[in-house]
Design a protein around this ligand. Structure first.
Ligand code: EPZ
Length: 442
């Protein structure tokens, strides 16, 4: 348990560098076992979900090394020898993305034996879409008490054929598992109803680096022409910036920033978050630049709550990409709690993802349940108090509330924040926030 002590009401100024994307690096790390060679990933965040996944890779027989450097860390995975297809519950339960080893292990070893995944308690987290997709590909799947097993029958390794799979919902994880499993088949697989998130495109581009032929990344129909074996000796691949971390600092800038620049973002990935903040009265300026082959942007805050009280955007609907992201929904709540007017919030991805909202009531927020989500009536300010974090983005939302509130806030966090944010306290202190952390409270 970590306690973050925040003295609120400070003005944020200066620059923040966005790290590589948690939700992109995790599936790509799973996918590295498909290749019988070395993969070097750059711009990786050093977060606990990454450390857990590195542990899983080592248990599977890989050699893994993280090298820290100022401009994004590098992770090298040598997957020449993958000796096990099993991931036990003690590792799998630590993060949701362990489930994506199902597709990766099936592609490499023709079988997988993975304990049920963990992940934030933000609502139902079933895996039926994953299982149905793999079955539709001709992969045998078996569900144990708390294991899922897959096996690729020999019949699937004969003459190439075309297989069509249909996802009943554009599940990000199920699309990732489908991409990796399909990459390991000598067939052509059409994935209909696929998720279109930037993290899917990133994973697909990595699989293309290995040699898979993939069309339609970023659309609802992805066509994969895989192969039975990948053995690229050395693959170098760069991880995209984290659009949810970027949303976190955009919201902090809107609520407490005077002069703030958010570096190393892909503006397109943050479009809906910026649109909601502009709708509330913020003004941003985008400065484009290139870093290697990546087209990046610095998003500069020109006007936020520092200049004038922000207005309610009326309604916020979290939905699949490119809509406003569900992962930014909790983060926005503290800002909506001090905006002028009433806001209705609906989350179509995780309809029950409102633990952060009920926690903010302790800080004086006026938030009530509605039939479809919550209604927030903006108050002049939030008051510092003790707050619990219930999940990763909910924890970050409590920190945002502490930065905006008057007085001192203590956020009690069962190390959710460290799962997805690389050095959040350090980045906040560099912007002028007053935040200290006490480790390992009993
Ligand atoms: C990924 O989770 C992200 N996690 C989540 O981010 C993110 O909130 C989510 O996608 C939606 O964008 C990672 O990438 C590690 P889904 P995932 O499968 O893949 C239902 C964060 O804070 N569903 O797209 O688990 C499910 O219940 C985390 O970074 C099924 O019904 O999300 C949910 O309502 C939190 N059956 C909806 O689909 C299934 O088999 C979306 O889930 C799978 C999902």
């Amino acid at each position: 348990m970590t306690k973050y002590i925040i003295n609120g009401g400070r003005v944020l100024r200066g620059d923040v560098m966005i790290s590589g994307s948690k939700n992109a690096v995790l599936p790509v790390l799973s996918a590295t076992i498909i290749n019988r060679g070395i993969t070097t990933l750059t711009n990786c965040p050093d977060i606990s979900d990454v450390r857990v996944t590195m542990d899983i890779l080592e248990n599977l027989g890989c050699k893994v090394r993280l090298t820290k450097n100022e401009f994004g860390n590098t992770i090298q995975v040598d997957a020449t020898n993958v000796t096990s297809s099993t991931i036990n519950a003690d590792k799998a339960c630590k993060c949701r993305s362990s489930v994506t080893f199902l597709g990766a292990l099936t592609a490499r070893l023709r079988e997988a034996n993975v304990a049920y995944p963990g992940g934030c308690t933000i609502g139902e987290r079933p895996i039926d879409i994953h299982e149905n997709a793999l079955s539709d590909m001709g992969i045998n799947t078996f569900r144990g008490d708390n294991f899922i097993k897959t096996q690729l029958p020999f019949t699937c390794r004969g003459e190439a054929c075309t297989r069509n799979i249909y996802l009943k919902f554009p599940s990000v994880g199920a699309t990732e598992n489908s991409l990796m499993a399909a990459a390991g088949l000598a067939d052509t697989v059409n994935i209909y109803g696929a998720a279109t998130e930037p993290e899917i495109i990133c994973l697909g581009n990595y699989l293309k680096e290995l040699g898979a032929h993939i069309e339609g990344l970023g659309t609802g129909h992805i066509k994969v022409k895989g192969q039975l074996l990948y053995n690229k000796e050395n693959v170098a691949f760069n991880i995209i910036p984290d659009r949810i971390e970027a949303a976190t600092y955009l919201i902090l800038a809107a609520g407490a920033g005077e002069k703030m620049k958010i570096h190393s973002t892909v503006a397109e990935h943050c479009k809906e978050t910026v649109n909601v903040l502009k709708h509330m009265g913020c003004v941003f300026k985008e400065h484009k630049y290139t870093c290697g082959e990546q087209k990046l942007s610095v998003i500069e805050l020109k006007e936020g709550a520092y200049k004038k009280r922000l207005n309610s955007p009326g309604i916020v609907v979290a939905d699949a990409y490119p809509a406003f992201p569900t992962d930014a929904q909790s983060l926005l709540l503290p800002l909506l709690s001090v905006a002028e007017g009433e806001t209705y919030v609906v989350d179509k991805i995780f309809p029950k993802r409102f633990n952060a909202a009920y926690e903010l009531v302790k800080a004086g927020a006026d938030i009530r349940r509605t039939a479809f989500g919550i209604k927030i009536r903006g108050k002049k300010s939030l008051k510092g108090c003790d707050l619990m974090s219930h999940d990763l983005r909910g924890g970050a939302a409590m920190v945002i509330a502490g930065v905006l509130a008057n007085g001192q806030t203590c956020v009690f966090d069962d190390d959710f924040i460290k799962r997805g944010y690389d050095n959040m306290p350090g980045k906040l202190r560099a912007l002028g926030a007053s935040i200290t952390e006490c480790q390992n409270l009993s």
